[in-house]
Every structure is written in C-alpha cells, then in structure tokens.
Write a protein that binds this ligand. Structure first.
Ligand code: FO1
Length: 324
C-alpha cells in the first residue's frame, strides 16, 4: 500500500486497545505522517504523583517497554515499592511497579517545575526513542467522573481499579472539560490538512468522548471535512478489554458493534463516516450501513504485531475511499 508522503493522520486513543492500533499505524506511517492524541480523562493524582495511564500505555507500547501480560505498566516489572508501601499501611489498591514509578516521579517533578504535560511527553518520548508524535488531548486538567446507580460519583480510577468496574454506571462527566483547550500538538494537527482521523478501538464513553468533547474539536473536524473512521471496540458482543460492554448494557444500549455505531451517530451526528467491523460481526454490516456509515469487515482483534499492522493498513485504505 502506497501512502503519499504528504498525507497526515490523526489517531485518537485510549489505553490498551488504542495503543495496539497506534503501534500498527506506526509500522505503516512515517513519524511525520501521524499525530497520536491520548485521552487524559483517566489521569489522577495518587500518593502525591501525577499518573497518566493512557499516555503511558501508548508510550510504553510504542517504545516496546509495555507489559504484555497486564496490558498496562512496564515489562519485566518488579513490585518492591508496592510491597513496602503495603507493609507500612499505605494505599496499595493501585499497583505501581518499580520501573513505572520512575515515569510518575519524573513527570510529577517536571510538572511541578512548570513544564506542561505536552512537554513532559515530548521528553519521555525522546528518552524512549519514540519517533512518532504523541500528544495529550489537553494540557489542562480534565478528570472523568463516573455516575453510579447507587448515587455515588466516583473518580475514574476508583471506579475502574479500586472498585473493579463493579458499580452500575448511569453516566459520565468530564470535570474541567468546559475550560479545556486542545493541546498545542492536537490543535496544530486539527489545523493542518488531515487525510483522515482514526478513532482507535477504545472505550467510546470514557476514552474517546473526553477527546471529542473538548470544546471546538468536533466542530473543527466537521469544518475541515476530514473523513473520520471508527474501529469498533466491541467484537461479538464483548469488549476486547475493559468494561465497555458492561457499561453499554447498564446504559440500556445494545451491547454490540451496532450499538457502538449508533452511539457515535447519536452523539456526534454525521462526524463519523466509516466504521470497521470485525468478521465476527459481519451480520451487523447492513444495519450499520443503514445508519449512514460506510463499513469494512476485517479481522480487528489484534493478537500479533502482524494483526496490528494489517488492521492499520486496512483502516488507512478504507479511509482513503471515504469522503467527508
Ligand atoms: N489497572 C488495573 O486494573 N489495576 C491496577 O492496579 C493498575 C495500575 C496502573 C498503574 C499505572 C498505569 O499507567 C496503569 C494502571 N492500570 C491499572 C491501568 C489503568 O487503570 C487503565 O488501563 C486505564 O486507565 C484505562 O484505560
């Protein structure tokens, strides 16, 4: 597949699923052909440290430092800090590995000294020898809050890790989003001639929504008439990873790839033009088309590096057939 050198793509990513496709895209696109925007709604302050799970998952994955068993954190990790913290009666529900701690400590130090999150990521990327550009969705503080059926509002990591996604959800809120602006790297990509926007197979409610709901982002993408392609994060009625399918059923939505497509159309009108379905969901294709979305059906479960690169190639080829 020949991609003209002047083409530039924007990839919107959450954590594990998104990072897998970003790795595939990085195998197909040159560093100056892609900007990766990572969700920061999952970020939180813990033990005095600034933790940015989705950014770190994308960084570690592109650096090949990622822990493939856990899906988050670093490979060949040790847990001495966490064990010592537990012995002292500290909060140990969020597992911080010894190697991973270096990232959080350095980031916290740099932010404390006045650096922006974008600058921190740039520095970390350089040290990890990552050539592609990874930027946060915003440099301002946005925090995902989960509204629960039992009337509680939980911060995202309390819901996700501490409470193991057990509370029934009724909705989400992104505190701080009203005042947030796209980061400089995100803004520059939005203002440049984009060939397509790839919405990676990430959770639509808590990974993609915070990025798209930064004021002005959807309007700018619509005005720029860029083809936007979504890769379904639900395959065969199951989320590849994480609580997306459970959330959909709790929100009264069909727990299928069709439900994901309906969600994007309901939330963002005609923003999304193309939808990538897994072969397991080929029976849903006509109904997704009836929503006004073009489709391809392909293997979207990425188990190997080959799968990631193939899905990236298929998605880019599909995007090139779409008109915004
Ligand atoms: N996920 C867990 O399920 N348990 C953990 O203890 C945990 C620790 C952790 C530490 C650093 C980091 O970057 C990510 C971590 N995650 C953990 C993953 C994270 O909570 C989620 O993957 C994302 O926020 C959802 O995309």
């Amino acid at each position: 597949m020949d991609i003209p050198h002047s083409n530039h793509y924007l990839a919107l990513s959450g954590g594990v699923g998104g990072a897998k496709l970003v790795l595939g895209l990085s195998g197909v696109l040159a560093p100056d052909q892609m900007t990766v925007v990572a969700n920061t709604g999952d970020d939180f302050e813990h033990l005095g440290l600034n933790i940015c799970p989705d950014i770190d998952t994308v960084l570690y994955t592109l650096a090949d430092w990622n822990n493939k068993e856990l899906g988050w954190g670093q490979a060949e990790e040790s847990w001495n800090f966490l064990a010592a913290l537990k012995r002292l009666g500290g909060e140990n529900w969020f597992s911080l590995g010894d190697r991973d701690m270096a990232t959080h400590i350095l980031r916290t130090q740099l932010l404390g000294a006045g650096a922006s999150l974008s600058e921190v990521i740039e520095q970390l990327s350089a040290k990890m020898n990552i050539a592609h550009r990874i930027v946060p969705m915003t440099d301002e503080r946005v925090r995902t809050q989960v509204h629960c059926r039992d009337q509680r509002t939980l911060s995202f990591q309390h819901y996700f890790v501490r409470d193991r996604c057990q509370p029934e959800v009724t909705g989400f809120e992104f505190s701080g989003i009203d005042k947030a602006r796209p980061s400089a790297g995100f803004s520059a990509a939005l203002a440049s001639p984009l060939s397509a926007v790839i919405i990676c197979p990430s959770n639509p409610f808590v990974s993609v929504a915070p990025i798209l709901e930064i004021p002005g982002v959807v309007a700018q993408l619509q005005a720029a008439r860029v083809p936007v392609v979504v890769i379904s994060n639900i395959v065969g009625g199951e989320a590849i990873k994480g609580p997306a399918a459970k959330m959909m059923s709790e929100l009264g939505m069909p727990q299928t790839a069709l439900g994901v497509a309906q969600h994007y159309v309901e939330q963002y009108g005609d923003l999304v033009k193309g939808f990538v379905l897994d072969t397991a969901d080929s029976a849903l294709e006509k109904e997704v088309n009836a929503l006004g979305l073009a489709t391809i059906v392909t293997k979207s479960v990425m188990l190997t590096l080959y799968d990631k690169i193939e899905l990236a190639k298929q998605t880019l080829a599909f995007a090139s057939t779409l008109e915004a």
